[in-house]
Design a protein around this ligand. Structure first.
Ligand SMILES: [Zn+2]
Length: 101
């Protein structure tokens, strides 16, 4: 029997991985504060709240794990923090402090 060494259970890990694949079709933009605007193509748009860990689609709230939009935000967060590394101006400092919460 294989030992599972991830911080979340295999069933949830598989669902989050599935959402990660779907997140490629979404675009996230910082809306200020701890909120992010996620466009899912067409007219579908959602607000992800970093502090509350919720999404306006309500799937994150109901399921307890990040929905496609939440995963899009997490990918956006990682890419943005990597790209801001070494840059120090007022806007990047505000964004970094918001994301670090
Ligand atoms: Zn969502």
């Amino acid at each position: 029997m294989l030992k599972w060494n991830k911080p979340i259970c295999p069933r949830i890990f598989k669902k989050v991985e599935g959402n990660k694949a779907k997140a490629c079709a979404c675009v996230a933009m910082w809306s200020g504060g701890g909120k992010f605007h996620v466009s899912a193509g067409g007219h579908a748009q959602y607000i992800v709240d970093l502090e509350l860990r919720t999404c306006s689609c309500r799937a994150w709230d109901l399921q307890g794990w990040p929905c496609v939009h939440g995963v899009t935000f997490l990918v956006f967060l990682l890419l943005t923090l990597n790209s801001l590394e070494g840059q120090e101006n007022v806007e990047t400092k505000n964004m970094k402090s918001t994301m670090a919460r």
